[in-house]
Design a protein around this ligand. Structure first.
Ligand code: ATP
Ligand code: FE
Length: 356
């Protein structure tokens, strides 16, 4: 089976071709990702209208590139998978419209994919993981623990009740005049800082369950910064490093402890070989990764971190989810709709349909 995947739900325009034949390893024949960081940089965040326009302008070219690099013609693929939500509606619509046109034009099956399902199924593409496994999705827009039970079965064990950790990293960078995206910049500063100097809170650790919160941390950082400014009229290079180190340590501690709890809940699903997979840009953070690895090592859990380009937004994960769904008989939809919101719970409405 060879699928074309299309992704345009946030600020990356992406197209990819993935092939998987029975008894072989899946192959990513191409994966084109065109980011929009520069377009939004001046505004301090993603501007939906600008994103939608950029997707509309770039999607055709990305698809063409993906087919060219894969060395395959549109008429030779077996199906088209497109992110149909959740995300910024203008971008999602651009992708869905293009996919509908292509599918109609070449008479191929069209599958609508939940973006989060794309992330959640990625460890099966990269590591051949079998169900069930625990997924920690930590990105700029999301933070949640999912038990992935099947192609279409996800149980949400908990998640953030406010900001996503990536967002907190980005805001921290902004408060400390570091460049965007904030994650890598804060991590680099933190490496030279003292994590113990500022006592940042570990939100929600006193509460049972694996829900998380990151907005209080951001406020604590702002207060610590302002206290330094009030005291000395500014912050030194070392102050900034220590603030970053303290902030990062707090995020890592919270994620590690909540992961421990999520693993305990997931044990009730009776996994034969317990596994934790991570996805999302924050999973690139070495300090966070190290903490999660320790939690896994001490609980006999296999730790899986797909390569970063497959952890962040891409279309290979969408093509792969398309292959998985197609195989499971969850086929073609002609009444595919774009959805701005689309929770991934098994208790949620049917994953594909007329938006009911
Ligand atoms: P989503 O995919 O959930 O809609 P997104 O597109 O913002 O959101 P990703 O592309 O997966 O998410 O990740 C980007 C986020 O990851 C940014 O917030 C960025 O700051 C963060 N990030 C990237 N590298 C690091 C790092 N080394 N440490 C911490 N955070 C990081
Ligand atoms: Fe994503």
């Amino acid at each position: 089976l060879t699928f074309l995947g299309i992704e345009s739900s946030c600020d990356d325009t992406a197209a990819a071709v993935v092939r998987h034949d029975d008894g072989t390893e899946p192959a990513i024949l191409s994966s084109v990702v065109e980011g929009q960081t520069a377009l939004h940089a001046a505004f301090g965040g993603v501007v939906p209208e600008i994103a939608a326009r950029a997707h509309a302008e770039r999607l055709d070219g990305c698809v063409e590139q993906a087919l060219l690099q894969a060395g395959i013609r549109l008429c030779d693929i077996d199906g088209i998978a497109v992110t149909s939500g959740p995300g910024l509606i203008g971008g999602v619509l651009s992708g869905v419209m293009l996919a509908k046109g292509l599918a109609a034009g070449c008479g191929k099956p069209l599958l609508g994919i939940n973006h989060l399902a794309g992330h959640a199924l990625t460890p099966r593409l990269t590591d051949g993981l079998s169900f069930p496994y625990l997924m920690l999705l930590v990105s700029g827009g999301h933070c949640q623990f999912l038990v992935v039970q099947g192609v279409d079965r996800f149980d949400r064990l908990g998640g953030t009740i406010d900001d996503a950790p990536g967002e907190a990293f980005d805001k921290t960078a902004k408060l400390l005049a570091l460049p965007q995206p904030g994650g890598p910049a804060v991590e680099a500063e933190a490496a030279k800082g003292d994590p113990a100097r500022f006592a940042f809170p570990r939100p929600l650790l006193d509460r049972p369950g694996c829900d998380l919160s990151f907005s209080g941390l951001k406020t604590a950082l702002l207060r610590a910064r302002d206290a330094l400014i009030a005291e000395k009229g500014g912050i030194t290079v070392q102050d900034r490093r220590d603030l970053c180190a303290g902030f990062q340590a707090a995020v890592a501690d919270v994620l590690a402890e909540k992961t421990r709890r999520a693993l305990a809940l997931y044990a009730q699903y009776g996994p034969a070989h317990p596994a934790l997979a991570v996805a999302g840009g924050v999973a690139a953070n070495a300090a966070i990764r190290a903490k999660l690895e320790t939690v896994c090592a001490t609980t006999g859990t296999r730790f899986i971190a797909p390569p970063l380009r497959l952890c962040t937004d891409n279309a290979a994960m969408i093509a792969w989810a398309g292959i998985e769904r197609h195989r499971a008989g969850m086929g073609d939809v002609t009444d595919l709709v774009a959805r701005p919101r689309w929770p991934l719970d098994s208790s949620a409405p049917p994953l594909i349909g007329s938006g009911k």
